[in-house]
Write a new protein. Sequence first.
Length: 138
Amino acid sequence: MAENKTKATEASVAAHLAAIADESRRKDCELLAQLLARATGEQPKMWGPSIVGFGSYHYKYESGREGDSCLVGFAARKGDISVYGLNAAPSHEALLLKLGKHKAGKGCLYLRSLGDVDLKVLEQLVAEAVKAKARAHC
């Protein structure tokens, strides 16, 4: 079975964030890192070369595939900031209606700018997702 490509690393989160060329995107990512740390109670850690993750859990699928992943995380992409792991929140659909301007995919949330969203709603979404994953995987 193939090994997971995205693993926790010892790379510096601060250096990764400082290297984001666009100043506005860099500031948003720094603020998002603070928000996720507060909501999860975890310190950020790099997962692979581009994902800033918080906490971890072990998963095992019915297929037998298993591995470790961050509870929640984000990556500064070219067009948006991708936020991972929020679909686990029991009330994520209702919270997304209150969040503000965003796009949602199957497994992530896409934010153009943190100024477009309600940060209190985002923090609630993160906290609920982390609690749900902890119940399901611990």
